[in-house]
Design a protein around this ligand. Structure first.
Ligand SMILES: Nc1nc2c(ncn2[C@@H]2O[C@H](COP(=O)(O)OP(=O)(O)OP(=O)(O)O)[C@@H](O)[C@H]2O)c(=O)[nH]1
Ligand SMILES: [Mg+2]
Length: 351
């Protein structure tokens, strides 16, 4: 199955100091097979020119690798684009990539001026000084942009950890307050191995698991918990869940914990449910009451009255779960899925 994290295969990007050291070593390794009959000045000139060209070339190659191997931000699948916005900041990322890119003409300029000077002088000491001055100036340009390189290095690390989505199979996204049992459900039914714990915000990023339901491959998406508060106040962890709901969910499973052992009241959870329904009116949404094994009868009764169509499950024991998933997959509109695949392909091919 083709997994799509556009950031997964970016090769390592070097910091400014690493590039300087790498280019320096490469340029010093150059061996010259100059003719013994050549005069000392000429031998030195050729050696210094070659060393400088090599140094400059290696620096430029490393800089262009850093920029070109990064996927084009404007062409990203919206899921990855929004996550890049939330986790990194696309403006800052574009600015860093642009700044690194813009170093190249400056390096070209310094290189050609110093090569010119190397060709004009006849003093071999001066030749060495010229080469060394050029390397110093190129290194200064690199150091001046080291913050940008570090920013790109960090962005690569963070974004490479995002899950790979397969755009052509249905996705069920599990959402709800923290600690209600979302990861427990995803782990029980799929290949995903999310951490499960009794405290909130255990899951801090989007996790994708795979499973088959009646021979249909399905992705089930575990998300961080979301709190019942205005969007502008949501933190980076909650926003990732919102992005998954927005761009991945063919079906939403909204999980509620009426036992309130999650740490939030039933009412707060219903408020969030209403908000999610308002935000995504077109997505089929399954309301799931979890932890019925530890919910007192009176609370369960209140939940049933308020949410008469809800599924009742015990995620930790896989009770009620298979029926829920079967019904969820039946809700997936395979025609609109095909349309979104076509759209995605168009985006990727840039047409
Ligand atoms: N008794 C009972 N406990 C459950 C059930 N489902 C989950 N739990 C427990 O509830 C706690 C939270 O479960 P998680 O699966 O980590 O919850 P989550 O919604 O993924 O939480 P966050 O990642 O923090 O948002 C854990 O201690 C689970 O063992 C259930 O059906 N019954
Ligand atoms: Mg979790």
């Amino acid at each position: 199955m083709r997994q799509l994290n556009p950031f997964a295969n970016i090769p390592t990007i070097m910091s400014a100091e690493e590039i300087i050291e790498f280019a320096h070593n490469r340029s010093n390794r150059i061996s010259m097979k100059s003719s013994l009959r050549m005069k000392r000045d000429e031998r030195t000139r050729i050696r210094e020119i070659t060393k400088l060209q090599e140094f400059s070339q290696q620096v430029k190659t490393k800089l262009s690798e850093a920029v070109e191997q990064f996927p084009s931000i404007d062409r990203l699948h919206p899921f990855y684009l929004e996550l890049t916005k939330v986790l990194i900041g696309t403006d800052r990322l574009k600015q860093a990539l642009g700044a690194v890119h813009n170093c190249q003409p400056l390096i070209d300029d310094i290189t050609s001026k110093h090569l010119q000077a190397l060709k004009l002088t006849d003093d071999f000491r001066q030749m060495k000084r010229t080469r060394s001055a050029a390397k110093g100036r190129i290194s200064s340009i690199l150091r001046a942009t080291s913050d940008n390189l570090d920013f790109i290095i960090n962005a690569r690390q963070v974004l490479a950890r995002l899950p790979g989505i397969a755009p052509n199979i249905p996705s069920i996204v599990c959402a709800g307050f923290p600690n209600v049992g979302k990861s427990t459900l995803v782990k029980t039914v799929s290949t995903a191995e999310p951490e499960i714990a009794y405290y909130p915000f255990t899951t801090r990023s989007v996790i994708i698991g795979h499973l088959k339901i009646d021979n249909q491959s399905v992705q089930i998406v575990d998300t961080p918990g979301i709190l019942d508060r205005p969007m502008a106040e949501r933190n980076e962890i909650e926003l990732q869940a919102v992005v998954a709901l927005k761009y991945l969910a063919n079906v939403i499973i909204f999980m509620i914990d009426p036992s309130e052992t999650c740490g939030w009241t039933f009412e707060q959870q219903v408020n969030l449910l209403n908000e999610v329904q308002r935000m995504f009116p077109l997505n089929p949404l399954f309301i799931v009451i979890n932890k019925i094994d530890i919910t007192p009868e009176d609370r369960l009764q209140i939940a049933r009255e308020k949410l008469p169509n809800a599924y009742e499950i015990i995620a930790s024991e896989r009770i009620g779960v298979d029926e829920l998933l079967k019904d969820a997959v039946e809700e997936v509109d395979l025609i609109s899925l095909q349309e979104s695949i076509d759209e995605h392909r168009r985006l990727l091919s840039g047409k």
